[in-house]
Ligand binder design. Structure first.
Ligand SMILES: [Zn+2]
Length: 316
């Protein structure tokens, strides 16, 4: 790997031992060194960005700064936060995620307006330092999980956050089931045949936007099997050799992307479902002149882009 994937390798110590302290929140929340990571409805607090461009694939203009509040700055937010999460520590600083999603939108926005605005991390994450990017993504993933697991999937009773926000426990004494944050594995694969790559375009993507193929791993399936199955379903191409590339946390909302390189054994494209609007082989020469031919590559924060760039770099 030439460089870490965006949202990975931030360097935070997850400090799992601190989660076990029943008073972890009281111990850390008002320490001067603590930093609060505010969230609202899957959006993170950021400053220094301009008006969002119309194309949802475009990044926000400006020079984004992730806003991590001091306890003093966040004091007025604390009563409104549901299920604070101890994200971890870094050089003696504890990072705590606070989800303000229980507030009305105007109230949440007003409560932080001195500091920044709530925006979708996917639209500014690639322009953040690795540490901030990874902390904001991590906080977002856990906040999403908490909001969707308020009730036990076994007995339907309410659940309560435990262990620093890394577990929820069913409050029905006859059940008491623990529930843990979910991360859904998805495979994403760069499929090559000679000097060409197999790229696809989803129905909802802007015209000209292409990426490598991807899909969720199914129960009872190995990662390699998932790669081969997904490529065949989406393109009709048969894949032989499959090799691991790298992974990327993708809490948008709750995945990890597992990147693979695969070698195609056939080249005829037959689309079996309508998941893709198009699938095609794109040559190395065309990848080097995407602007000229009107092809848009995946976003800079994606492992898809990394895999394509690594593949091109290997070819000089
Ligand atoms: Zn239960």
């Amino acid at each position: 790997m030439r460089k870490p994937n965006v949202y990975a390798f931030g360097g935070l110590d997850r400090a799992a031992h601190l989660r076990l302290l029943p008073d972890w929140y009281e111990r850390h929340v008002m320490l001067e060194t603590t930093r609060i990571v505010p969230l609202f409805q899957d959006r993170n607090l950021v400053a220094g960005v301009g008006v969002p461009p119309e194309n949802p694939w475009d990044l926000l203009p400006g020079d984004p700064e992730a806003i991590l509040l001091t306890p003093e700055e966040a004091e007025h937010l604390l009563p409104h936060a549901a299920d604070p999460v101890l994200l971890g520590t870094m050089n003696g600083t504890a990072y705590i995620a606070l989800d303000l999603s229980g507030l009305e939108k105007e109230h949440a926005e007003a409560a932080v307006e001195r500091h920044g605005v709530f925006r979708d991390l996917r639209r500014f994450g690639p322009n953040l330092p690795a540490f901030e990017g990874s902390v904001l993504a991590y906080a977002r993933g856990l906040a999403y999980w908490h909001r969707r697991h308020r009730f036990c999937g076994i007995c339907g009773s309410p659940t309560e956050s435990r262990r620093g926000g890394h577990q929820r426990t069913c409050l029905n004494p006859d059940c008491g089931a623990p529930h843990f944050p979910r991360t859904d594995p998805a495979v994403i694969m760069l499929i090559e045949h000679g000097d060409r790559l197999l790229l696809g375009r989803q129905q909802t993507w802007p015209e000209g936007q292409y990426s490598v193929l991807a899909g969720f791993v199914e129960p009872g399936e190995s990662l390699e099997e998932a790669v081969i199955r997904e490529v065949f379903e989406e393109s009709g191409v048969r894949v032989g050799q499959v090799r691991y590339h790298s992974s990327q946390p993708w809490p948008f909302p709750c995945s990890i992307m597992l990147g693979f390189w695969g070698v195609a054994e056939t080249t005829e494209i037959v689309r079996k479902d309508d998941e893709l609007a198009d699938a095609r082989w794109v040559s190395l020469a065309d990848l080097r002149r995407v602007d000229e031919i009107g092809l848009r590559l995946p976003r800079r924060d994606s492992i898809a882009r990394r895999m394509i760039e690594d593949w091109m770099a290997d070819r000089g």
